[in-house]
Design a protein. Structure first.
Length: 734
């Protein structure tokens, strides 16, 4: 790549130089947004001038829709024209990356990404960077500690970068509502930058404490600007009012009433939107209910495959769906200017997080409806997620001791030595890595041998802050004053005036009160909630990059090769039967030692019967096919035989691993996982069953659905063999 050329600074740039630069910036903005009437805001120009002319570090805290991404894309255009290297953007979510790449390409900016979803493309991206054919590289914070990327790619990028951008910079701060350990590595990246490389941090959701914390980390220890330029971090904060947002809270007595309200109200709103839920299980439940009443909606969670997410995003952008029913996985960066509504079923744990999510709505419309439906279980859910925070000191010490004794252990191996579930263990390891106590290496983790102290005081301060934020959200629900004023105050809006009222919320009087669902609608929702089992939506999209792995699958999954909507007894993360299923599959220990090879546990037999009885299967299956399990074959075989007896149909075949094949790996991305499943599975039917299959439906039985690729590929094999429909049935999902 071309090294950065010397750029004029404010100290030696003439007024004409800056005038010319601003004209260039204005032209770049018009190309970026595709509108001749687009005009740079004064604060946008201030930030661009600081980055391009002064090579400073800047923090921009502005509301969603203000144009923060325009600052770094316009700055990139100007810096590249002056011989600078590519811009490196650290971006937390794939949805955000996809929006940013599309925006850049509209302006003729060559943008690439390196993330977990495009592993097969990394080598080509690295080559294009080396050839100078990349203007912007977007990387996820997790990539910063991928051993190969950290040790081989990152040093070159840091040396040659023309601009470094940290998007959603509140994630850096312990006090931010969405703190992420991987973001703390950015401090090291910034300290390693050569003098004169400008840095921009952006966020829409930072109160005064978070702003000060991020600015302090942004300043680093080795900040040097171009000769003669002013030093320090430039902080630009703007007002947070969003005139299009009409806020309301609707307190309903129970989940059935909430579901009935959604089914009643959403069809009355012109346009599409987002329904946010606090958990994956709730998102699935809401999706099932809304689809049952004829609304076209999709679930969008952290467990949704990347290709499915991309397709769902495109469907929402094109208004092909009424809503995405989402967790916070859709929280940052998704850009649909005409989003007509955001509804929360369950309150987020802080007003700051709530403001960040509702900010998706009404960015390019005069009005957007924002409604919160608080739930009775909100506090319990907040407490659960708080329990996943940094583990107790004894757990940390056991982990460090295990690594010290073994030298290097994989996460799976550590699970057998430390009594922590996978998500808590991984979070702890990331924090220890950032703190320098452990190091991620190829194949696992190793101890660095450095002294490490458990910072009890810091963890207690953060926990106390979280509790205060939760109480603030409770107070928001019970407000008798302006809701937008409350949110602006929670984010320390510098432009909020005493006594200001929005005039638009349910308290200020500009939110229409509809009659809501009638008793029959609520009763119907309650009846549906009582139905046993969980719907299992079929996959609709193959991952990208399969051709690079030698598998000829791409795009949408053909309808005549796809499974029907299936059923599971429960989700593994749910209450009730979910707990028994977690024990059954050894979720606590990461093993399957508790699975009884003599068959299905007695306690699960009646729930299986209940789910089968309540599940309308059209067309009715004529036979059962089950997926042979390499980890616990007796369980799946016994389940399939019991289901066949209950439905009075025969077991007609299996989908089994090819002879000599190894069990599939779970520590790879979706495309690699699918490739392994495609190569491993084969359909086995007797001659009579194969001859009788065409035109008949099949019930496909497996123990659980994790990635969903086993069921997807098995269903495809059956459809290609002539089955008219394939109905998946499993014990657990997740």
């Amino acid at each position: 790549m071309t090294p950065p050329a010397r750029t004029t600074t404010t100290d030696d740039a003439t007024a004409d130089d800056l005038t010319t630069m601003r004209q260039e910036a204005q032209s770049a903005l018009v190309a970026l947004v595709g509108r001749e009437d687009a005009i740079l805001r004064e604060d946008q120009w201030t930030a661009i001038q600081a980055l391009v002319a002064d090579r400073r570090r800047a923090l921009v805290v502005q509301r969603t829709g203000w144009g923060k991404s325009a600052v770094y894309f316009v700055a990139t255009t100007l810096l590249r024209a002056r011989g600078a290297g590519p811009t490196v953007i650290v971006s937390p979510l794939l949805a955000l990356m996809r929006n940013q790449v599309e925006s850049a390409q509209r302006a003729g900016i060559r943008a690439e990404t390196i993330n977990s979803a495009n592993v097969t493309e990394w080598a080509d991206v690295h080559d294009r960077i080396a050839d100078g054919a990349v203007d912007v590289l977007l990387v996820s914070p997790e990539r910063l500690n991928n051993p190969g990327f950290r040790d081989e790619v990152l040093p070159r990028l840091a040396a040659d970068a023309g601009l470094v951008v940290i998007d959603e910079a509140h994630c850096i701060s312990d006090w931010g509502h969405d703190f992420r350990p991987d973001y703390r590595r950015i401090r090291t990246l910034l300290d390693d930058l050569p003098p004169g490389i400008p840095v921009l941090a952006t966020t829409a959701t930072a109160n005064a404490r978070v702003t000060a914390d991020v600015a302090e980390q942004l300043a680093g220890t080795t900040v040097q600007t171009a000769s003669g330029a002013p030093g320090g971090v430039l902080v630009l904060r703007g007002g947070l009012d969003r005139e299009s947002l009409h806020l309301a809270v609707n307190r309903l007595p129970d989940t059935a009433s909430q579901l009935a309200w959604l089914a009643h109200r959403l069809p009355q709103i012109d346009g599409s939107g987002i329904v946010y839920c606090l958990t994956v299980a709730a998102a699935q439940q809401v999706t099932e209910h809304l689809r049952s009443v004829g609304l076209e909606v999709r679930a969008y969670t952290g467990q949704t495959d990347t290709a499915e997410r991309e397709q769902s995003e495109q469907d929402l952008l094109a208004n092909r769906v009424k809503a995405l029913v989402a967790t916070s996985a859709l929280g940052m960066g998704f850009d649909k200017g005409d989003l007509a509504f955001v509804v929360h079923l369950g309150a987020p744990a802080s007003p700051i997080a709530y403001y960040q999510q509702v900010g998706r709505a009404g960015r390019a419309t005069a009005r957007a409806e924002v409604t919160l439906l608080p739930g009775r279980e909100d506090r319990a859910i907040w407490d659960y997620f708080a329990s996943l925070s940094f583990p107790a000191e004894d757990d940390v010490r056991r982990t460090l001791d295990a690594l010290g004794e073994a030298g290097m252990l994989s996460t799976a191996a550590l699970e057998t030595r430390v009594d922590l579930r996978r998500n808590r263990l991984e979070l702890m390891l990331k924090v220890l890595d950032v703190d320098g106590a452990v190091r991620r290496v190829r194949g696992g983790w190793e101890s660095t041998g450095r002294r490490w102290d458990y910072d009890t005081a810091r963890y207690e301060r953060v926990a106390a802050t979280r509790r205060a934020e939760q109480q603030a959200m409770v107070d928001y629900v019970g407000l008798d004053s302006c809701r937008m004023a409350y949110l602006r105050a929670a984010l320390d809006d510098p432009e909020l005036k005493p006594g200001w009222r929005c005039g638009r919320c349910d308290i200020c009087g500009d939110v229409a009160r509809d009659s809501g669902p009638d008793d029959a609608e609520v009763a119907a929702a309650r009846e549906r909630l009582a139905l046993p089992g969980v719907e299992v939506e079929p996959r609709r999209q193959w991952p990208s990059g399969m051709d690079r792995l030698g598998v000829a699958l791409s795009g949408r999954i053909a309808v005549d090769e796809r499974a029907e909507t299936g059923r599971s007894v429960a989700r593994l993360d749910a209450l009730g039967w979910g707990g028994l299923l977690r024990d059954l599959f050894g979720a606590t220990t990461g093993t399957s030692a508790r699975v009884p090879e003599d068959g299905l546990p007695v306690a699960l037999r009646q729930p299986v019967v209940d789910v089968l009885g309540a599940w309308p299967r059209e067309p009715a299956p004529a036979g059962v096919v089950y997926v042979e399990s390499q980890s616990h074959p007796g369980l799946v075989r016994h389940l399939a035989e019991g289901v066949a007896r209950q439905l009075a149909i025969p077991v007609v075949g299996t989908v089994r691993p090819a002879r000599g094949s190894e069990p599939g790996r779970h520590d790879v991305n979706s495309a690699q996982r699918l490739a392994g499943v495609v190569r491993r599975l084969e359909l086995t039917l007797s001659e009579a069953a194969a001859a009788g299959l065409p035109g008949r439906a099949v019930l496909l039985v497996d123990d659980r659905i994790d990635s969903g690729w086993t069921i997807t590929v098995a269903a495809r094999l059956l459809r290609l063999a002539g089955a008219s429909a394939v109905h998946p049935f499993v014990l657990g999902v997740g």
